[in-house]
Design a protein. Sequence first.
Length: 223
Amino acid sequence: MVAGFWKKAALLYASALLVCGLMFFLPAGTFDYWQAWAYLAIIAALALFVILYFMKNDPEFLERRLQMREKEAQQKRVVAFGLLIFIVGFLLPGFDKRYGWSFIPFEYVVAADAVVLLGYWLVFLVFRENSYAGRTVRVEKGQKVISTGPYSVIRHPMYFGMIFMYLATPIALGSYVAFPVFLLVLPMLVFRILNEEEVLGRELPGYKEYCKRVRYRLIPFVW
């Protein structure tokens, strides 16, 4: 079982990098696209670190992250909308590179890469705090409300980190044109959070009380 799990994780890791590479370089029509190489290197290194860390410290968490089929009908619509965002959002920078629609200074790209790194690190901290932070919205047997670490500040810190990652991504890839597409991540996350809280409030004991203690869902002092 362990060998099979390693194989599945490795296959998904390699497939994700391959698909991202194809989505960047095919529209660009060239491999001379340093912004895409830098972005891929950052994501590859961080994802590998996360996989190796949880393989050693919490393999059950990785098993939950590999469960990708949503049960909630509303979440299925969110996933479909998110997939459309990411397909368009990841294809546009390559076309932008090919046709020269945007010029983003080197230092802006590097700064955006740093924000992507920060966002990914915030997500990792959430994963480490909450072993039940799965990819799908569900409540599992034995699951408890997590109210420590970043969860003591906002109710959905993983999505907070994802905002940093996704909004910095088009700039990191050298494209202003793709930025409006990635802005659509914000309403997508709002819709996902509202439905997720409905499910957790219904099925997870103590979650409603937790919501009373921690007021803000996503952005401190805002919402």
